[in-house]
Design a protein around this ligand. Sequence first.
Ligand code: ATP
Ligand code: MG
Ligand code: MG
Ligand code: MG
Length: 478
Amino acid sequence: MMTGHEIRETFLRFFEERGHVRVPSSPLLPANDPTLLFANAGMNQFKDVFTGVERRPYKRATSAQKCIRAGGKHNDLDDVGKTARHHTFFEMLGNFSFGDYFKREAIEYALDLLLNVYKLPLERLWFTVYETDDEAAELWVKAGASPERVLRFGAKENFWQMGDTGPCGPCSEIHYYQGPDPHDPTKNRAELVNGPGDETIEIWNLVFMQYDRSADGTLTPLPAPSVDTGAGLERLAAVLQGVRSNFDTDLLRPLVDFAAELAGRPYVADSHEGFAMRVIADHARATAFSIADGIYPGNEGRNYVLRKIMRRAIYHGRHALGLDRPFFHRVTDKVVEMMRGPYPELEAARALIERIVKSEEERFGATLSTGLQKLEALLATVPYGEMPDYKELARLYDTFGTPRDLIRVSLEERGISIPEDEFNLRFEEALGELQRASARSVDARAKTKEVYARLAERLGRTEFTGYEGTRLAGARIV
Ligand code: ATP
Ligand code: MG
Ligand code: MG
Ligand code: MG
């Protein structure tokens, strides 16, 4: 059975052997791209190559890209630990053609790799195309797919874009049926494709890049049709290692088990504790990789998103697992140990990661204890499952610093789920009424930034990129 590291290497080598240049992952902190919080796809670093603004000495590339999807157009944060296939941090394997090959080769390469190298059974694969893309549908059949396995979907599923602007185009995806019997006649497996469950999972997206979307929505054709593909390494690993959850692959399970060990109880997948262990495992990866790439916890933009991720992990550790002393830095350190081979930047930042995480845990620990107690007390004043007054919730933040995000997570645990945007809006309104001067908190924010910047200087880190461009996307400090 292949390990995660072997699956990554096999992918990259397959495309190298077919004339693709192996390009290292770009950092999670996007260079010169204010539209992006974190790298969220393999194509990010090639954005300008697709549009013809930048030229490279090659027309084919392959990469394993570090991605985080926890904000902006692609945000999977609320799904982590609940589905078997969504992470905040994951690796996206990809092959790219810059005006070189197009649909036919992209489809043939993908199927060749899956069937002949990874040895996946064709009978478990399903294919999707954009509703009007007859060409792609025909190519799948020519490459070996049976016609009833090629399904059509609309723009939501099969027209890919990295954000509100940038290169985009119709796409075609490969899905894998993980159920017990691929020929079970009682199941409509076609309905499972792009469905809510994990029985059929999307493993690979082939994007046929044809347009550049500008801020006003206009689509301008790219100088030459191109290809951008993305396959989630953790999902491929689940499929190839014969497990039903990404969290059971060798890329994540040791972290889940380590969380269990720290908590002194076994990992039971289908339990509240099991959920907490998965969240901790996932968030530890996002945290370690972010810090190694120069993104530190803070109060704005991507720095705030990282802080939110770290606090969620700390919260679940305390709340579900009784880990009330700093523990999370030990999990992030295990990430370094597991991933430093392919990602040496983790080793270079090892001491820094540990210090930042530990200090965040210590600083947040006291706030969290008080905040959670007050929140429990508040919730006890309303009937179970009923929403308390927004003003009372905002007061918890204002007085005890209980993070808005954790208030929402706690409510969800009591069966009250509110979409993030709506919750934030109502919360901020209520808070606005409560708060006048914020000068005091502004001071505190400035201080934290300095502390971490000084730490980074002392402990070192490859390529410190600083705080440039972190004022993004309206993440107010709550
Ligand atoms: P899904 O529909 O499952 O949310 P997606 O369509 O949003 O996935 P793409 O934008 O097409 O994903 O990304 C390409 C590939 O990256 C996917 O086919 C999948 O294998 C992987 N992937 C996407 N999001 C995640 C995630 N949050 N965690 C792990 N892998 C992911
Ligand atoms: Mg998605
Ligand atoms: Mg999808
Ligand atoms: Mg997709």
